[in-house]
Ligand binder design. Structure first.
Ligand code: CBF
Length: 839
C-alpha cells in the first residue's frame, strides 16, 4: 500500500468531495481513511477482511446521499409506495452489485490495483446474507433491484435472521450442515434504526370494552410482547439516483435485563426474556416448498408482518395522511403465503387500534394486498392448527372467523348452498383436524392473485385455486418471473457484457429487449469466435474453482452440462444422474466410443430433514467417485458436485454453462429462474414443458431448445390410467442396468442397502415419473451431443439464446406488477448538485 495522494486529478476536479467523489485518487484516499477510522487498522496490520470492510464503507458512503435524497423526496411527495413483504430476501453479496449500479466498478478496480490490492479477492471476502432458501427469496432480491432501477418507491420488509441458510459441507459424499454466521464480523451495509422500534404482541386473550363513544371494541391482552428493531439496507438502482430501503426486523426483549429477577437472586432468569425473545429471529427455516407446522415459524411470520404494517402506519401518520387512504399510499405484495397473516393484522390494527368500522377496514384491506403464489406442491400449502393459532394469535382467529363467515355468505349468495364448494373455499380446513388455510386468507384478502409463469397461472386456476377462480375470476392474473441482468449478466459475466456492449452499446443493461440486436451477429464468424473464446475462459475459471473445492480436474473443452438448484425430487437431479450412469456404461461397453466429452456439474442444498433429497446428493457423489477415477473413461465423462451453492458461488457458474438442465416433471416447477440466468449467458436448455421453460422455448425458438418428456396432460393421464414404473425398467435394458447397478452396490462399495429407499421409490411409486421420461431424456441428450459437435451451429444457437431473452428481465416483470397490480408510477430522484446545476 502506498501513501495516499491528495488530489483528485483524474476527474478533472481539484477538490473532489472525500465522502462522495468517485475519482480514483479520491477513492484511494477514502478507502485508506475508512481503514483507519472505521476498522482502526493501518496497512501493515490489516487483514483482507479489513480491506473489504474499508472498501464496503467507501462504497456505502457514496450511496448515502442518494439514499437520504430518495427518502426525502418520497416523504415530501407522499409517494405511493410498494411494500414487498417476504419472509426471504436472498440478496447475495452487496459490494459488487453496488459497484455496478453506481457505475464505479472500473475506477474502484483501478484504485485497488494502484494500492496493490486485488478487487476480486476483496469481493470474495463478503459474507453473503443468505436470508432465503432458493427461488422465491432470490426473486424478491431481483425485484428490489428492478424496482430501484425503475425508480419505483419501495420498501422491502422481511426478517433479519441471525443465521441464514446453512453452509453446506460434503463429507464422505453426504451433505453436512453448518451454521451460517454471516453477521460474525459485522455488516457494513445495514443501519439500525432503534428509534423506529415497534412492539409485537403474542398469546393471551381478548376482551370486549366500551370506547369513549360508548361503542363496543375488542382489546387484546397479550401474554408476551417482543420488540421489533428495524435494520435498513440501501438498495440502489442501476445508474439512477434512487436508493430504496430493505427493512429487516430483529426481535429483542422490551427489557433486556429483569432487575426484579436479579434482585431475587435469579441471575440466569434475569436475562431469560432477552434470550427467548431474540430466538424469534435467530434462524431461517431451511425448507424450500415444504412447510413445517412449527410455532416459531408462525411467530416469525406474524412478527415481521406486524412490524411492517405498524411501520407503514407510522409513515402515514408522520406524513399526516388519513388512515382511510392506506391503500392509496401503500400497495402491499404478499410473497407467497408466508406473510398472509397480514390480512388479519391490518384488519386488527384498523379495527382495534384505530377504531375503524369493519366495512371500511375490509375495503381498505382488500384494496391493499396482492398475493403471489409460487407453487402448486401440496406440501407447500401452509395451514396452521387452530390450537396453535388460537393460543398465539387469539384476536386474529376471531377476525379470520368473521372474514370467513362474511365470505361464505357471499359464496352462498352466488352459488347457493353447495356444501362441498363451501367446505373447499372455507378459510378453515375441517377435513382432518382443524386448520387455518393461509392461501385462502391471502386470496380472500387480496384484490389480485398471480402465478409466476403462464403454465403455473393456468394450473392455479384449473386446480389448486379453481374454486376461488370460479368465485372471483377477475382477481386472477399471470406475471412471469424475471431476473436482473445487472447481477446475472453484467456482474457475473463481464467479458460477455463487454462484447455485447462493444457491438450494440450499453442500453441493453437497462432495457434487455435491446439485446436482440446481437442477433445480426449470430452467424458472423468473428463474433462467434469471440463468443466461443469468452465461454471457454468462463469454463476455465469454473474448472479452477472445481479443482480447488473438490479436487476434481475437468476439461474446459468438454461440454459443461450443469444442474444447479435446490435438491428436490420433482427437479429430478436423479434423472440427470441416470444419464451419467448410462454414458458411463456406454463407454465401458465400448472403450473406443467416440462420444462428445461431458462434464456434469451439480450443486444445491437439500432441506436438512428431507431424507431422499440428501440421498440423491450422496448418489451423485458416489457415481462421481466411480466415474472420475475410472481410467477407461478418462476425460470423456466427469461428474462433480460443487458444495455450498449460494448466490456468490453461483455467479461464475451460469456464464460457464453450455447446457442448462431444466428437467422437472411437467406441472411441478412453478417457473424457475435459473433457467433464465443460464439462457441469458448463452447456455442451451434441455428441458421439459414446465414452468417458464415453455416461454423461454417460445422466445428463443423451438429449434434452439432441446425439448423432451411428458407434458402436464400426459402426466395426469398416465396417473389416471395407472402408472407402472417397474414396466419401463423391465423393458429398457439400459435403464435396467443403471438401476441394478445402483441397487447392487456398484456405486456404494458393495453396500446394497444404501440406495435401496431410492430404488424402491423409483420402481414402486416413482412419484415424479423418471422411469417414463428416461428414454426420451437419453435420446434428447444424444441430440445435444450431436449438435455440440457442430461448432458453428452450437454457437449460433447460443448467441440466439442470449439475444432472445429480453422478456426475462425482472424489469419487464416489475413493469407488469406496476401496471396490473400496484398502479404505481416512477418517482425520479435528483441529487442536489443536479437540481442546482452547480456541479
Ligand atoms: O417464483 C420464484 C420461484 O419460487 C419457487 O422457488 C418457490 O419457492 N416456490 C418455485 O419453486 C420456483 O419455480 C419459482 O421460480
Amino acid at each position: 500500500i502506498q501513501e495516499p495522494q491528495l488530489q483528485g486529478q483524474d476527474t478533472g476536479m481539484q477538490c473532489e468531495d472525500d465522502r462522495t467523489g468517485i475519482g480514483v485518487e479520491t477513492l484511494k484516499r477514502a478507502f485508506l481513511d475508512n481503514l483507519f477510522y472505521v476498522q482502526g487498522k493501518f496497512p501493515a496490520l490489516a487483514t483482507k477482511h479489513d480491506y473489504y470492510m474499508a472498501l464496503a464503507y467507501t462504497v456505502r458512503d457514496r450511496l448515502l446521499q442518494r439514499w437520504v435524497n430518495t427518502a426525502a423526496i418520497y416523504t415530501q411527495e407522499g409517494s405511493r409506495t410498494v411494500a414487498y413483504l417476504s419472509a426471504e430476501f436472498l440478496m447475495g453479496p452487496h459490494l459488487g452489485n453496488n459497484l455496478i449500479n453506481l457505475g464505479i466498478y472500473n475506477q474502484v478496480q483501478q484504485a485497488m490495483t494502484e494500492l496493490k490490492l486485488d478487487l476480486k479477492e476483496l469481493l470474495a471476502k463478503e459474507e453473503e446474507p443468505g436470508l432465503g432458501n432458493g427461488g422465491l427469496g432470490r426473486l424478491a432480491a431481483c425485484y428490489l433491484d428492478s424496482l430501484a432501477s425503475l425508480e419505483i418507491p419501495t420498501l422491502g420488509y422481511g426478517i433479519r435472521y441471525e443465521f441464514g441458510i446453512f453452509d453446506q459441507l460434503i463429507r464422505n459424499g453426504w451433505q453436512v450442515e453448518k451454521t451460517d454466521k454471516w453477521l460474525r464480523y459485522g455488516n457494513p451495509w445495514e443501519i439500525a434504526r432503534p428509534e423506529w422500534a415497534v412492539s409485537v404482541k403474542f398469546g393471551g386473550r381478548t376482551e370486549a370494552h366500551k370506547n369513549a363513544q360508548g361503542r363496543y371494541r375488542v382489546r387484546w391482552i397479550p401474554h408476551k410482547v417482543v420488540l421489533g428493531i428495524p435494520y435498513d439496507t440501501p438498495i440502489l438502482g442501476y445508474k439512477v439516483n434512487t436508493a430504496n430501503t430493505l427493512r429487516l426486523w430483529k426481535a429483542e426483549a422490551p427489557e433486556s435485563f429483569d432487575f426484579e429477577a436479579f434482585n431475587r437472586g435469579n441471575y440466569y432468569g434475569a436475562v431469560d426474556q432477552k434470550v427467548t425473545s431474540e430466538n424469534l429471529t435467530k434462524v431461517l427455516y431451511p425448507n424450500d416448498e415444504t412447510y413445517e407446522g412449527k410455532q416459531l415459524r408462525l411467530e416469525q411470520q406474524y412478527f415481521f408482518v406486524s412490524c411492517a404494517l405498524q411501520d407503514m402506519l407510522r409513515i402515514m401518520l408522520r406524513q399526516k395522511l388519513p388512515l382511510e387512504q392506506f391503500h392509496e399510499k401503500f400497495a402491499v405484495q404478499l410473497n407467497d403465503t408466508h406473510p398472509a397473516i397480514a390480512v388479519a393484522e391490518l384488519m386488527r390494527l384498523l379495527l382495534d387500534e384505530h377504531e375503524m368500522d369493519w366495512e371500511p377496514a375490509w375495503e381498505i384491506t382488500q384494496k391493499t394486498f396482492g398475493y403471489t403464489n409460487h407453487t402448486l406442491l401440496p406440501e407447500a400449502l401452509e395451514k396452521w392448527s387452530l390450537k396453535l393459532f388460537s393460543s398465539l394469535l387469539p384476536r386474529h382467529l376471531e377476525i379470520i372467523y368473521e372474514i370467513n363467515w362474511r365470505f361464505l355468505e357471499q359464496v352462498r349468495h352466488k352459488f347457493g348452498t353447495d356444501e362441498g364448494r363451501i367446505g373447499r373455499l372455507s378459510l378453515i380446513d375441517e377435513n382432518d383436524g382443524k386448520f387455518v388455510r393461509m392461501a385462502h386468507l391471502a386470496c380472500v384478502g387480496s384484490h389480485k392473485i398471480n402465478g409466476v409463469a403462464a403454465l403455473h397461472s393456468e394450473l392455479l386456476q384449473k386446480t389448486t385455486l379453481l374454486d376461488f377462480y370460479e368465485f372471483f375470476p377477475e382477481k386472477f392474473t399471470n406475471i412471469t418471473n424475471g431476473v436482473t441482468p445487472r447481477r446475472w449478466i453484467v456482474l457475473s459475466n463481464p467479458k460477455l457484457t463487454n462484447l455485447i456492449t462493444s457491438c450494440i452499446g450499453d442500453n441493453w443493461i437497462k432495457h434487455l429487449e435491446d439485446v436482440q440486436r446481437i442477433e445480426t451477429y449470430a452467424e458472423d464468424p468473428g463474433f462467434q469466435q469471440e463468443w466461443q473464446q469468452i465461454k471457454r475462459e468462463n469454463k476455465v475459471n469454473v474448472a479452477e474453482i472445481l479443482l480447488d473445492r473438490t479436487g476434481v480436474k475437468v476439461d474446459p473443452d468438454s461440454l459443461f452440462d450443469i444442474q444447479v438448484k435446490r435438491i428436490h425430487q420433482y427437479k429430478r437431479q436423479h434423472l440427470n444422474i441416470l444419464h451419467a450412469i448410462t454414458l458411463y456404461n456406454q463407454i465401458k461397453q465400448n472403450p473406443n466410443l467416440d462420444i462428445t466429452p461431458r462434464t456434469l456439474i451439480f450443486a444445491g442444498k437439500a432441506a436438512p430433514g428431507y431424507y431422499i433429497a440428501k440421498l440423491i446428493i450422496k448418489l451423485i457423489n458416489s457415481v462421481a467417485e466411480v466415474v472420475n477415477k475410472d481410467r477407461d473413461i478418462g476425460d470423456r465423462l466427469k461428474v462433480v458436485f460443487l458444495p455450498d451453492y449460494n448466490v456468490k458461488n453461483s455467479q461464475p457458474i451460469y456464464p460457464a454453462a453450455d447446457l442448462s438442465e431444466q428437467i422437472s416433471t411437467a406441472g411441478k416447477e412453478a417457473s424457475g429462474t435459473g433457467n433464465m440466468k443460464f439462457a441469458m449467458n448463452g447456455a442451451l436448455t434441455i428441458g421439459t414443458l414446465d414452468g417458464a421453460n415453455i416461454e423461454i422455448r417460445n422466445a428463443v425458438g423451438a429449434e434452439n431448445f432441446f425439448l423432451f418428456g411428458l407434458t402436464t396432460e400426459d402426466v395426469g393421464a398416465l396417473r389416471l390410467t395407472g402408472y407402472r414404473p417397474r414396466e419401463y425398467y423391465e423393458q429398457n435394458p439400459q435403464l435396467k442396468q443403471a438401476i441394478d447397478q445402483i441397487a447392487s452396490g456398484y456405486f456404494s462399495h458393495g453396500d446394497r442397502s444404501l440406495f435401496k429407499p431410492l430404488v424402491d421409490l423409483l420402481l414402486d411409486k416413482d412419484p415424479f415419473m423418471l422411469m417414463a421420461d428416461y428414454q426420451p431424456y437419453i435420446d434428447c441428450q444424444q441430440q445435444v451431443s450431436q449438435t455440440y459437435r457442430d461448432r458453428d451451429r452450437w454457437l449460433q444457437m447460443s448467441i440466439l439464446n442470449t439475444a432472445r431473452m429480453g422478456k426475462f428481465s425482472s424489469d419487464r416483470a416489475i413493469r407488469e406488477y406496476c401496471q396490473q397490480i400496484w398502479k404505481v408510477q416512477p418517482v425520479p430522484v435528483q441529487l442536489a448538485a443536479e437540481k442546482t446545476g452547480d456541479g
